[in-house]
Design a protein around this ligand. Structure first.
Ligand code: SF4
Length: 251
């Protein structure tokens, strides 16, 4: 699903309440340094050629206008979430955009939670790391425990090493949510010991304060993807739940 505005919503979500979305990627295109087989925005190559990234100034104007409109109409805003057509931390003005979102949140809806959905590829960069540390809820993706497995499911476009991501996740000292997609695709199977055990060991190492496990929801670009049911995901992650990890399963 492609987003066409910098600020969209609010949409109602069971988990986030009344939620405003922020898309800091092009209005009519997808830009990501992953090309996940399950991406709701489609393949990178079909990204419709729009590469104009919104600026921090544009975000400020649109977000402030939207917050004022919500306030004047008595519409609640419980969360503001960076989740667009691609990877938000690719926008060079992302750190400034985080500051703007926090500042406007404090002004208009001080109780709202600011979240960022990111694939964690850029968290080794100081400015990206620091910006993600400032938001209430950084939600960081890790779908598989080895570089080879990540290549199958996430298809990184540049240099990507799970070991580096793990080291960088540890620097969050547990103040993040880990997001993991569970699915079956060709010879990739999130429930296989090869994937599951390695992933669980990484969870134990990086100690997220929450884990979001989910499966396919909408249309995906690759054929032959299979969902994993909520019951199965619950059973698969039970050892972690028993060790005290907070796990949210979304089937
Ligand atoms: S990281 Fe997100 S935006 Fe990027 S390809 Fe994967 S699902 Fe799509």
């Amino acid at each position: 699903m492609m987003r066409e505005e910098i600020v969209f919503g609010p949409i109602h979500s069971r988990r986030l309440g009344s939620s405003l979305g922020i898309n800091v990627l092009p209005e009519r295109g997808k830009i990501c340094n992953f090309d996940c087989v399950y991406c709701e925005c489609g393949w990178n190559k079909d990204g419709r050629g729009d590469t104009r990234l919104p600026s921090a100034g544009q975000l400020r104007a649109r977000l402030e206008a939207k917050l004022i409109e919500c306030r004047d109409n008595g519409i609640p805003v419980d969360s503001i979430t960076f989740s667009g057509d691609g990877e938000p931390t690719i926008n060079p003005e992302f750190p400034e955009m985080v500051d703007i979102s926090l500042e406007l949140r404090d002004m208009y809806y001080p109780q709202a939670v600011v979240s960022v959905l990111s694939n964690a590829t850029m968290i080794g960069r100081k400015e990206v790391f620091e910006a993600l540390r400032k938001v209430d809820n950084p939600i960081l993706k890790l779908d598989a425990p080895t570089d080879e497995l990540v290549r199958k499911i996430n298809q990184p476009q540049g240099d990507y090493h799970v070991a580096d991501v793990v080291e960088n996740l540890k620097r969050f000292e547990g103040t993040f949510t880990l997001q993991t997609m569970f699915l079956r695709f060709g010879d990739f199977d999130s429930s296989s010991p090869e994937v599951l055990e390695g992933w669980m060991n990484i969870v134990r190492e990086v100690k997220p304060r929450e884990i979001m496990v989910y499966t396919l929801d909408r249309e995906a670009p690759a054929e032959g993807l299979q969902k994993i049911s909520a019951e199965e995901m619950e059973a698969l992650t039970r050892p972690l739940a028993e060790e005290g990890f907070k796990i949210q399963v979304r089937g």
